[in-house]
Structures are given as structure tokens and as C-alpha cells.
Design a protein around this ligand. Sequence first.
Ligand code: F6R
Length: 596
Amino acid sequence: MDFIMCGIIGFWNIEKQAFPVIIDSLKKLEYRGYDSFGLAVLSESGSLNIEKQVGKVSETKCNEVSGKIGIGHTRWATHGKVTEKNTHPHIDCSRKIAVVHNGIIENFQELRNELLRTHKFFSETDTEVIPHLIEDEIREGFSLKQAVINTGKKLKGRNAFVVLHADTEEIIAFRNGSPLIVGLKKINGFSEIFIASDIQAFLHETKEVMYLDDDQIVIIKEKPEFYDINTNEKIEKRLIKIDIDFSPVTKGDYAHFMLKEIMDQKQTLMKAINQNDRELMHVAEEINNSRGVFFIGCGTAARVCHTAEYVFSSIADKHVNFVPASEFGNYKHFLLPETLVIAISQSGETADVLEALKIAKEKGSKVISIVNVQESSVSKISDYVFHINAGPEKAVASTKATTSQIAVVILLAYACSGMLREGDRLLVDLAAKVNDMLNPRYSEHIKNIAEKIYQKENMFIIGRGVNYPMALESAIKIMEVSYIHAQGFGGGELKHGPIALIEEGTPVIVLVSNDVSRDEIISNAIEVKSRGAKIIGIAPENNEAFDYWIKTPDTSEISSSIVNLIPVQLLAYYLGILRGHNVDYPRSLAKSVTVK
Ligand code: F6R
């Protein structure tokens, strides 16, 4: 099965060539997938001009195709090979219907097997069932609009797709689960209309948008027409002006976005804690009065949610639960209208998070979110949103967003304990310490350590308390950027099995904070050192157990989550560089995971 996660763009106008516009938008959508890309443009003669390429759109040359109306796609595949054949757009047998798609068609095998009796398939993708289904519907006498609706209704799962038909000069888009947004621009009296999975695709062209909601289609011609797929009724949409700064983000003097974003942490913590006190207090009251609080997120954001358990316990004496968003469905029986679900997401577009929030909403639970990208799908469905204001995070590996999310979690916990002022002071102090810490000598020291260990194939990271989820997060960072196998453990857990993997020279990173757990984690370090491990201590003070020491500012136990993570981010960066990887775009990953 070909699970596809990707960026979609459609462009309609009567004046200019669509090709450069689509390519430009695809570059903006690359964070959603960069395995391959393709586009279909309607030619003057009424045929579809299709071009596909394997590789990143920003790095790969693509033959220009002529026409003013077109659709495009940048792909990330986890199943089904990265080949030109599997690249979107996909077409029907008559080659008149081109489709780009985001989502997973859960019943695709069933549909494909049925279609195979009368259709020829060109790819291994689930997407390809869509043009063939539309083809059948049209053959049965339905209009393109109705054929798209009938087809969309046959698909199980969270999907969005955009259709271009050679015989009509319109683009039709269907949404059920995966976001699609229309952008409108008037230029010299002529309309230019965009449809994309994310406003970032066209924000450089227009800030005027209309949102397509689930169970709706939009027909794009001179102006967009929206319809409910169940009643077939026309829907009037409000034109919304987006107030977001979309100036292009550059690496500045840095070699990579990842390094720039690590260094941005000199400022981003201060921006994150600059929240509205009244809203913080209001949400704190909701948390205190709730029956059950669940923090949900994926990957790195899930590690922040895990951290929240320690933060709330330590600061607010409050039990909150952490559940990876992809597992949240298993907890739905515990959801009440008084339950709070707090989603943490950098992009606000992660499919598993959106799915979990849908479950929460169905159960009547309130949704609070901590997000970076404004106007994201998660923020739109939340009852309260805290923006972390970290600015665009371009590198696939999350760094500055992570520490900003932790800072907001800490602030919320202080608000719940009735000590918001104290929390604020502590975090301002922490931000200043991080600012001092991130100097060129510090990076150089970490680079030198990376040079000693970059050829190792296994690494372990241990921590206790709040540094346990940080050990797990450290492992994610090292793995995704350097491709070194890294695993994080609670310090006390190693001796229950994983210690068998420690050999002479195995690097073990030890996250230490100056509190009651210090002696215990040092003991754990000594346990592995006596079995040959090379210890990299990340700690406020040196210790004879350490082979290498990375000094961190002395902070509270809870704040050590932030100051201990930052040096690991730098270490991961240098390990990736030394191993010759593209640290901003690691293999097989995408910035925003928009499939379940
Ligand atoms: C790893 C990383 C991912 C994301 C995860 C969730 O560095 O960035 O693990 O944390 O895909 O993404 P968001 O936060 O956008 O929901």
C-alpha cells in the first residue's frame, strides 16, 4: 500500500502560465514531503501536460509544461517506492482526469481489485483509484462535480484530493479529513485562485483565503463555489484576511537551518513565555477544575507531553496524563465533557493529532493547543490556543519549537499552582542562561566531542525525572539527523536489560540535574562505565564518572529539561554533519506528518 503524505497545490487563472506558479508553491510545501514531485497542466489544445520528477523540487530540474490551469504535488511515501510512476498526479485510463491526493485510502485494496477488472493501473499507489473511480462515474452519466462527490464518498480514511479534467476548465477539490485552503487574488481585474493543503503554498501571492471544510467540495473557475457533499447545497464562505508575516526565511550566516534554529533559542524562550496572563489563568482554572487532563502529541512533541507529567506533578502537584496522539483512541472511554485534551504540535497539521482531537470533540471534551504555526488545522479546532511564537522552523528536526513548548508547559503548570509570577521570573532567568550558553566556544566544544564518537553505530542516553523524557527526545534527535542508532532510557532502567548492549567504547550520554536525582543518575553512569561505556556528562558540574563533560547552567530540576536538551541538539547536528548527511532534510522524513 502506498501511504502518501504530501503537499497539494492547484492554480487557476486566464492570464499567466501555471507552471512557475505551481513550482514556486511546491517549494513552499516541501516540508510536507520531498521524495518526488509532479504537476499536470491543461494545455491550449485541451490535453493534460504532465511532468514528474523524483527528488526535491528545490533541487531538481523539471521540464516546463504549458497551460494556465494546473495542479501539483510533492510527495512523501512510506509504502510504495519512490519512483516516477508513483509520483502524482495520477490519471485515469482515458488520460483525461488527473488527481493529486493527500491522505490514506484505507479501503484502497478493495477498490483497486474491483477496478482492475476494467481499468489499467499505472502505479502502485492508493491514489490511483480516484481518477479511475471518477472515470467510471462520468461514464455512468454523472457530471464531473457529482462524479467527484460520489468518488470521495467511496473513500475510507482521512483524504483530500484535487482533480483536473481535460474537458473542463475547472479544478475540483474534495476534502474529508485532510486540510485544503483556497487563496484568492485579483490582479488587473482578473482572478487568480489557488487551492493548497497549506496557506504557506500561496501566502507569497495572497493573504485572502476561504477554508474548505470536511465533507465539502469546491469548484474553482472564475470564482470558487463551495458545496456540501451530503446535501449538494451551495455554501457561502467568508473571505478571511490572514495576518501572518510571510517574509522568506533564510539561514542567515548559518550553514543549515537546524543550526540556525538551535541558535534561535537565544531568543525563542522569551517569545514563548510572552503569553497573555489572563488566558493562562483562565486555562489554568479549566485544568484545575477538569476531570482528567491528557497531553497528546507525536514524536518530539510527544516527548514534551511526557515531560508535562513531571512538570505538573512537580510544580502544580497535579496528575496529568500523556498519551501519544496515535494511541489516543484507546483512551476515549475516559473522556468526559469535563476532560481537557491539550495538544502539542509545532505544525498543527499532524494527522494523528487531528484524529485524536476529533475523538476528543466527539466526546465533548475541551481542546487546548500549544502550537507554532498560526492558522494551522489544530489551532482552528481548539477552544484555546497558545502560540509559542518560535518563528518558522524549517529544519525537519524540531529544536527551538521543542524548548518553547516545554517553556509554555512550565508556565501553565505555574499558573495552575497560583504562582504564575514566580514561573515567569524563573523562565526569564532560564532564557538569559540559555542565551549565555549558546556561544561559539560552546558549539566548538560539542563539535569536538562529536568528532570523537561520530563513527559509533550505537548510543544511549539516560536521565531521571524530567530528564527521562528528555533522554527519549535526545535519542530521536540523534537518530533522525545522524542515523546512528540511539536509545533513551530512564537511568534506573538500564540494568533491567539494555545494559547488555554496553560494550567497550559505547557512548552513553548522561543528563544530570542538580537535585535529588543527581547521585542516582551518576551511579547509573558508573554502572555503565564499569562495563566499558564512554560517558558524556551533560551537567552543571563535572564528575569523575565523565569521560567528556558538557557544562550546563545550574537551574531548577524542571528547567534542566531545556538546558540539557540544547547541547544534545547541537551534538546531533554535528554528528549528522560529520557523517555527511543533509541535516535539514534527513532521509525518509517530512516536517509535517499528515497521514495517520
Ligand atoms: C522530530 C520531529 C517530529 C515531530 C512530530 C510531530 O524532530 O520534529 O518527531 O515532533 O512529527 O510534529 P508536530 O509537532 O508538527 O505535530
